[in-house]
Design a binder for this molecule. Structure first.
Ligand code: GLC
Length: 555
């Protein structure tokens, strides 16, 4: 079946996805961690917001070394999150409200507690072939294992290979040492994973997110990387399109809503992943726009965001993905990113304007918007003062590594404070009561101190709140075909702090202007238009005010 670009846009462009980081969403048992029943109790809140799908981060059995991204069984429920009955109830109740569930499939690696890996460790050749095991160098012994197969670095710090003395072999882990990379060159592995999709399909699941899925195809020849950390060899790897097409076919998910998380990817590859003619995925997440404040590409260092660079990245991806028939997931925020309002704007002085301008900027682009829990409330990064308050394995590793690189503890803390994944993982702020209504127990991760004012209950009552603004943005997407499927073009502006673009469909035209600064900036002329949505109440001709986001429409 052939899908035309218009059909693609009509199907995907009217939808909005809401991401739930289950551990931090709503606890119903008092163990300090969110759970499946907690999501069910909040479905009315989500239906009121107007979202179509819930992407729920992994709730499968897991030792939780990477908060569930280390899966030890793909077809069961982690007891801290509930039971299969709880899942079935959530699925039923969501469907009754017209909301779909998007499950998070972590198929690049399993936990080392997965039974496949345990069998591999026992020497079973069938399961050794499920992972990327490589023999140690000739003459290697447990006391002196020699060099790892390559110098590739784990994304969480350190070498990406771990030596297993009992096997005299190394296994690859692009992430934590307890997350062993699967061997996708083995057809049995591909078959097993497609059966996982069929299992959840059978339970009525109608959408999937695929974790770091562009890393699954590793090169046949393993070589050291003298230019980088190894990623150029395995990102968008040699058989990636073939493997994705097979997974979609065997898992029977063609036509479902799917999104792939693409790490250090290219635009050309992303057109391939998301052009419907290829029968791979509906859309892609890429992260280039979230590196504009990484000096020289380094995450663990601080710099001001490069707004011109941001504008160019958005412009290139929006225009060229459209031309190539691809489809973008639109987002600033997820469980791996510090809250964007604190990161890119000024939440001390312009909290409302910062939080809403960012929403407006991405929600009116061409693609499918994703809202990360609490983003619709304007939740901010943490106010933590000590490393003991952090839980994330990556943050704790880098706090140590930065000091090994010569930073003082204070300097290392300042970097971790701005960059930590825990900055986006603090519990959802539901109301002003103790622990923000998230739990009756002790929260697994400390709440941000501003929850008595930044919380759902307060914002639900206020027609001028950040949440009301996000609800309006969703309503506009549902109402305006120009937003769902109009063409997109980035506009030249007389300021290096402004990002502007237009959407067009027939005679309808929308111009979006976003001021990424706390100063007034010149605005484009907009005679003959009316306001579609703005984060300032009144109009001000010719200028954009601090952190102003405005969209105007000609009909
Ligand atoms: C993705 C997830 C992240 C996880 C990693 C390894 O990037 O979003 O949270 O740590 O994959 O699974």
């Amino acid at each position: 079946m052939k899908t035309t670009p218009t059909e693609q846009a009509l199907r995907l462009g009217s939808k909005v996805v809401y991401q739930i980081y289950i551990k931090s969403f709503q606890d119903t048992t008092g163990n300090g961690m969110g759970d499946l029943r907690g999501i069910t109790t909040r479905l009315d809140y989500l239906a009121d917001l107007g979202v179509d799908y819930l992407w729920i981060t992994p709730f499968f059995p897991s030792p939780q070394n990477d908060n569930g991204y280390d899966v030890s069984d793909y077809c069961a429920i982690e007891p801290i999150y509930g039971t299969m009955e709880d899942f079935d109830e959530l699925s039923r109740e969501a469907r009754a409200r017209g909301i779909g569930l998007m499950l998070d499939m972590v198929f690049n690696h399993t936990s080392t507690e997965h039974e496949w890996f345990k069998k591999a460790l026992s020497g079973d050749p069938k399961y050794l072939a499920y992972y990327k095991f490589v023999d140690a160098e000739p003459g290697a012994t447990p006391a002196n294992p020699g060099k790892p197969p390559t110098n590739w670095e784990s994304k969480f710090g350190g070498n990406a290979w771990e030596y297993v003395p009992s096997l005299n072999k190394w296994y690859l882990h692009l992430f934590d040492v307890t997350q062993a990379d699967l061997n996708w060159d083995n057809p049995e592995v591909r078959k097993e994973l497609s059966e996982v999709l069929r299992f959840w399909r059978g339970k009525g699941v109608n959408a999937f997110r695929f974790d770091v899925v562009n890393l699954i195809s590793k090169p046949a020849v393993l070589e050291d990387d003298y230019e980088g950390d190894g990623r150029r060899f395995y990102s968008d790897g040699p058989h990636i399109h073939e493997y994705l097409q097979e997974l979609v076919r065997l898992g029977d998910i063609d036509g479902l809503m799917t999104v792939g998380e693409m790490s250090s990817t290219s635009l050309e590859s992303c057109i391939g992943y998301s052009n419907p003619a290829n029968h791979e995925l509906s859309m892609v997440f890429n992260f280039h726009h979230l590196k504009v404040d990484y000096p020289g590409g380094e995450k663990w260092a601080l710099a001001e965001p490069d707004i011109v660079g941001l504008r160019n990245l958005f412009g290139t991806w929006q225009e060229r993905m459209t031309a190539g028939g691809g489809w973008n997931a639109l987002f600033w925020s997820n469980h791996d990113q510090p809250r964007p309002n604190s990161r890119f704007c000024d939440t001390d002085h312009y909290w409302y304007e910062s939080s809403t301008m960012l929403g407006l900027c991405t929600h009116l682009m061409r693609g499918t918007p994703y809202i990360y829990q609490g983003e619709e409330l304007g939740q901010t990064i943490t106010d933590y003062t000590s490393i003991d308050q952090y839980r994330d394995v990556e943050s704790l590793n880098y706090y140590r590594i930065l000091q090994e690189r010569g930073y003082t503890p204070e300097e290392a803390f300042a970097i971790v404070h701005a960059r930590s994944r825990d900055d986006g993982r603090t519990p959802m702020a539901w109301d002003a009561s103790e622990h923000a209504g998230f739990t009756h127990g002790t929260p697994w991760l400390r709440l941000v101190g501003n929850y008595p004012t930044i919380n759902a209950a307060a914002e639900m009552e206020d027609p001028h709140s950040v949440r009301s603004f996000f609800k309006r943005l969703i309503g506009i997407r549902k109402a305006e075909e120009v937003i769902q499927r109009g063409d997109v073009r980035f506009l030249d502006v007389p300021s290096d702090k402004v990002i502007a673009y237009e959407r067009t469909l027939g005679d309808t035209r929308v111009v979006v202007q976003c001021n990424f600064s706390g100063d007034e900036q010149p605005a484009l002329a907009t005679e003959g238009s009316e306001v579609l949505v703005s984060n300032y109440e009144d109009e001000s001709a010719g200028v954009l005010r601090p952190w102003e986001g405005t969209a105007r429409i000609w009909r």
